[in-house]
Design a protein around this ligand. Structure first.
Ligand SMILES: Nc1ncnc2c1ncn2[C@@H]1O[C@H](COP(=O)(O)OP(=O)(O)OP(=O)(O)O)[C@@H](O)[C@H]1O
Ligand SMILES: [Mg+2]
Length: 329
């Protein structure tokens, strides 16, 4: 599999009155073509800032990219001009969000919006683009009748809006789809349907997917690889099986123990004490140390390096292989 998206040492901050918010502090991960790579972490860990940086949509200022590279098919996206970024967005990289309302324009019918996207990126006339829009709506399960095509976003249910947004995101056959918490606002049955739809479309179009979620249970349904992000840094990265069978970082382990399913298998459901630190107040050393049951003096002072422990299974903790969290407590 070839390298589709490679993020190297990405460092992003926001200048604000309350001080400098260090949103990303050297994020690294690799997404190969055709792979679903999940970026998982609690609220405020830097998931959306990562996706916005890839899309070239960070507000700059107050945002600032201090260092790093975002290589998409080998090209550094941080070097592109605004017009090159606009061509890339939608055509090469599609994006779906938690809130379709932010993405769909309330003033235009769904069919018009999909057709417009197609006409922007391809030399297609309106009639052909509308026909293709209908086919994409069919593909995402919105039927072949013209009702959805001629509807305004507010006339659709939450699940239908989500499907319409997916149709718009994939209509130009992007090589990469970024899905930022696409199912978080939906009820459980709909969540599963949307996850299966995304998975089916990935196969049909051989897309790579960056799937962003705070929920390891959801990620388990869909991903090939997982990177766990904490306070703007990747703390563990591995294939799904490596991560679920042998989590190396205490944060990952605690995230896994907080999935209700894991509790059913005989261990107690855990709640991770405390919260992700504000980006203005990142603790020194390992940023997880104030919440970590394994922390010792070294964790307060030294940032642990990310080390490959098992053919691509990276973790950044001083105690990998030396200390373990007792999952029975
Ligand atoms: N425009 C901004 N100005 C200042 N700080 C920001 C800005 N955008 C994001 N941040 C900060 O960057 C950090 C990461 O935010 P981000 O939105 O990426 O989190 P997230 O992982 O997507 O969380 P959630 O799960 O709640 O969506 C947070 O501390 C946030 O407050
Ligand atoms: Mg977010």
């Amino acid at each position: 599999m070839s390298r589709l998206l490679e993020i190297k040492n990405l460092d992003v901050s926001f200048e604000q009155e309350q001080g400098l918010a260090r949103a990303l502090r050297g994020v690294d991960f690799l997404l190969s073509s055709g792979e679903t790579h999940a970026l998982v972490g609690e609220s405020g860990s830097g998931k959306t800032v990562t996706s916005m940086a890839i899309m070239g949509l960070l507000p700059i200022p107050p945002g600032k990219i201090n260092q790093g590279e975002i290589l998409f098919q080998g090209k550094n996206l941080l070097m592109l001009t605004e017009s090159e970024k606009r061509i890339l967005r939608g055509k090469e990289i599609g994006m779906i969000f938690q809130e379709p309302a932010k993405y769909l324009n309330p003033a235009y019918k769904i069919g018009e919006q999909i057709a417009e996207t197609l006409m922007t990126h391809f030399q297609t006339d309106r009639k052909a683009a509308t026909q293709q829009a209908l086919e994409f709506l069919h593909l995402v399960g919105l039927g072949k009748n013209k009702r959805v095509l001629g509807s305004y976003p507010h006339e659709l249910s939450g699940g239908m809006k989500q499907r319409a947004m997916i149709a718009m995101a994939i209509c130009c056959h992007p090589a990469l789809l970024i899905a930022d918490e696409p199912t978080t606002a939906l009820d459980v049955t709909l969540q599963l349907q949307i996850l299966r739809l995304i998975h089916r479309l990935k196969r049909k179009f051989t897309m790579g997917i960056l799937f962003i979620s705070h929920d390891l249970g959801v990620v388990n349904e869909i991903s090939d690889k997982i990177s766990v992000i904490y306070a703007g840094k990747i703390v563990e990265s591995a294939t799904k099986n490596q991560l679920f069978e042998n989590p190396l970082h205490p944060y990952t382990k605690l995230l896994l123990l907080s999935i209700p399913d894991a509790a059913k298998r005989g261990t107690r459901l855990r709640v991770i004490p405390g919260t992700v630190p504000d980006a203005e107040h990142i603790p020194a050393g390992c940023s997880f140390h104030p919440r970590c049951p394994l922390a010792e003096d070294i964790c307060h002072g030294e940032i642990p390096a990310s080390i490959d422990y098992d053919s691509g299974h990276f973790a950044a903790c001083h105690f990998v292989g030396k200390k373990w969290i007792d999952s029975s407590k």
